[in-house]
Design a protein around this ligand. Structure first.
Ligand SMILES: [Zn+2]
Length: 128
């Protein structure tokens, strides 16, 4: 394996996708799935034995950026539901950072801890 790229997070994701597709293929017998299985296996092996290491690293970094966005969305949604009685989540209009603020009814001036800008917002439900 000297000089070859080997495995990374995208490789692991392709392997998990392969296993999921294989089980689905066994259960459903859909022929179209065998095309995806072959494509997934070819891509996985190509990446593993590739000598173009910088290109494979870039692919992995692009994959990780997308993966973090997906997991970040689910984490934020879970936290919003968990805290919906006590906190509000609001985006800073200047830097787009998501802020977690105590839920108090009325109009408030908020200072963003990331960019330092202030903005006003209304909370419609909650304690006075
Ligand atoms: Zn901000």
């Amino acid at each position: 394996m000297y000089g070859r790229y080997g495995n990374d997070q995208l490789g692991n994701a392709l392997l998990i996708l392969y296993l999921v597709l294989a089980v689905l293929h066994l259960l459903t017998r859909w022929h179209i799935l065998s095309v995806f299985l072959l494509a997934d296996a070819v891509w996985m092996l190509f990446r593993c034995f590739s000598r173009n290491i910088p290109a494979r690293r870039r692919e992995n970094e692009a994959f990780l950026r997308i993966w973090r966005k997906i997991t970040g969305f689910f984490t934020l949604t879970y936290n919003r539901l968990r805290d919906c009685r006590t906190h509000v989540y609001h985006k800073c209009p200047h830097c787009r950072a998501t802020l977690r603020l105590p839920r108090r009814r009325g109009e408030h001036t908020v200072r963003c801890p990331r960019c330092g800008d202030s903005f006003s917002m209304k909370v419609h439900f909650g304690k006075e």
